[in-house]
Ligand binder design. Structure first.
Ligand code: ADP
Ligand code: MG
Length: 246
């Protein structure tokens, strides 16, 4: 099945005696915008960390374009074209917004060592400027990242993730801690990004993703509770019960 970009096969994760994920099998198609939803503690971040290569599962496999990538190092995932942004903000606060993205872009340029250091730096600078523009931070390049508003720092992280030119972008609660205005801006950005690559989101707030995703995956107590179109999920009585029972 060539249109599958990422697959989890019977994935399980155990922390000591606690089974955080159990027998989760989900496939993601190339080009789709999909969200993994579920109540707090459902196992979403654990599953995200496994899908993005930050955590090796204790059972099952992860396949990227049909290849078994289970347990490969995070940099191997990055090299394959998988990028991620975490639930927690992760920028270098003392560096400027531009420098943050430039560092991320230089990581990629390092692969092109036929370029002179100077032209590599210029390419990274140009890439960083374009990426800041792309995420709506065009006028903020010189500001220390730590001085940016929370929503802007999250946008900056997205620019850093995009510097690797990923085919697949994984985002864990990209709107966590955001104001309603910041949330709208981020959801618009995600929709635009999804027009160019596969995006998998983890989101606690079901309403937010209903309108933009073609498919939803619902986790509950570490198990796959449901998956389907937003209409399927909205009509699913088990999902309603889980969300209402919170
Ligand atoms: P979600 O992102 O859906 O809120 P998580 O994946 O963060 O859920 O957590 C799922 C469950 O696994 C929670 O009960 C959490 O306490 C537990 N858990 C997550 N990471 C660890 C860990 N490193 N060690 C022990 N328990 C963990
Ligand atoms: Mg989480």
């Amino acid at each position: 099945m060539s249109d599958l970009i990422l697959e989890a096969r019977q994935v399980g994760m155990r922390f000591g005696r606690f089974q955080a994920l159990n027998d989760v099998s989900v496939s993601f198609r190339a080009g789709e915008l999909c969200a993994i939803i579920g109540p707090n503690g459902a196992g979403k971040s654990t599953f995200f960390n496994i899908l993005s290569g930050s955590l090796a599962p204790s059972a099952g496999q992860v396949l990227f374009r049909g290849q078994d990538v289970t347990g490969l190092a995070p940099h191997a995932y990055a090299r394959m074209g998988i990028a991620k942004s975490f639930q927690i903000t992760n920028v270098f606060k003392q560096l400027s917004a531009h420098e943050n993205v430039r560092v991320a872009a230089q990581m990629r340029e390092r692969r092109f060592d036929f370029l002179s250091p100077r032209s590599a730096l210029r390419e990274a600078d140009e890439a960083a400027a374009a990426l800041l523009q792309r995420v709506g931070l065009g006028g903020h390049g010189r500001r220390p990242a730590g001085d940016l508003a929370h929503g802007q720092q999250r946008a900056l992280e997205v620019a850093m993730a995009l510097a690797a030119q990923p085919q697949l972008l994984l985002m864990d609660e990209p709107t966590a801690g955001m104001s309603p205005e910041e949330t709208t801006v981020m959801m618009d950005l995600i929709q635009r990004l999804a027009a160019e690559r596969t995006v998998i989101l983890v989101e606690h707030k079901m309403k937010l993703v209903m309108g933009i995703c073609s498919r939803l995956v619902v986790l509950h107590h570490g198990e796959l509770l449901a998956e389907g179109t937003p209409e399927d999920i909205r009509a699913n009585t088990e999902v309603r019960r889980v969300y209402l029972g919170q």
